[in-house]
Ligand binder design. Structure first.
Ligand SMILES: [Fe+2]
Ligand SMILES: [Fe+2]
Length: 303
């Protein structure tokens, strides 16, 4: 399905902040948006203008979402009963969080099926994620399950912050892949504090909770990015693009120089450790949520 790139990138509506006022309210409940996307496998190798390796690196991350977000929903659900009945807002936010993650999980499953048409290894890599997530949900103590969720939600929130905050990240990319990633990034931003607020409501903000969330973020960071890079390498080997040295340079430049996603993400990642009383909304990018109205309009046009 064709989407106008101009409409996506420069439509004045994209900068429309009309709905920001409502979103600024602290009582905001994440709103699930049941969207479908039209990803053409023919674009999978080159959907990103920064090259094949950048295109594939995003695919490597996508492999984690169907099962990973199922694991997040499970961990948060396990704690829902411990939220006091008087905290109706957080209970509603949890419902919104679960619905949003359910749609993300579903759309990334479709995404991953689509790229399986190009690389046969995709289902095998997804099976590794499924094995890990299933075993975490089955055998890991529920407190640690929630700590893993808040740690990985920190990663999705800070990556989303760069994605929606720096227009260079998706400049001139294929519009359907762009729409999906931007929708996901905006909703990750919208619900970025929900799992964290469940964590502090149930386990508090004391020293033990701080140490636990810090240790789990170190562990989650190590395991997650080791796997992402491993999956990326497995895909480029099947693809044959592992021989292309220029593409490695373009990927490293994208990650560390311009736009430098990892360079930009590093200081906000570290706030988790530096700030004893860290809260996800310390990184206040609520104003960006106003872009959802315009994005929704475009997605509805193509659905
Ligand atoms: Fe998500
Ligand atoms: Fe999330």
């Amino acid at each position: 399905m064709e989407v106008s790139r101009d409409a996506l990138l420069t439509d004045s509506a994209v900068n429309d902040r009309n709905s920001t006022k409502d979103i600024m309210a602290d009582e905001h409940v994440p709103k699930p948006r049941d969207y479908h996307f039209h990803l053409d496998p023919k674009n999978a190798r080159n959907w990103h203008t920064a090259g094949i390796h950048v295109s594939i690196f995003f695919h490597a991350m996508s492999l984690f979402f169907p099962e990973g977000e199922k694991m997040f929903m499970h961990a948060v659900r396990l704690h829902k009963k411990q939220i006091p009945d008087s905290n109706v807002l957080l209970k509603n936010q949890v419902t919104g969080f679960i619905c949003q993650e359910m749609y993300h999980s579903r759309e990334h499953r479709v995404y991953n099926e689509s790229i399986t048409k190009i690389w046969k290894i995709i289902p095998k890599l997804e099976a590794i994620v499924a094995w890990i997530c299933t075993n975490i949900s089955k055998y890991v103590p529920r407190r640690t399950q929630l700590a893993i969720t808040v740690a990985l939600e920190h990663w999705t929130a800070i990556l989303a912050q760069i994605i929606i905050g720096d227009q260079r990240v998706f400049a001139n990319t294929e519009p359907n892949f762009h729409l999906l990633w931007k929708w996901h990034a905006l909703e990750e931003t919208e619900h970025k504090a929900v799992a964290f607020d469940v964590w502090t409501t149930v386990y508090g903000t004391g020293f033990l909770a701080y140490v636990h969330r810090c240790l789990i973020l170190i562990l989650a960071t190590t395991v997650f990015w080791t796997l992402v890079w491993g999956f990326f390498i497995a895909i480029i080997i099947e693809d044959g693009s592992w021989k292309n040295l220029v593409e490695y340079g373009k990927l490293l430049s994208f990650q560390w120089i311009s736009p430098g996603v990892f360079r930009q993400v590093t200081p906000i990642y570290l706030d988790w450790f530096i700030k004893y009383h860290f809260h996800p909304w310390d990184h206040n990018n609520r104003d960006k949520l106003g872009e959802m109205a315009a994005l929704s309009k475009i997605i509805n046009q193509i659905s």
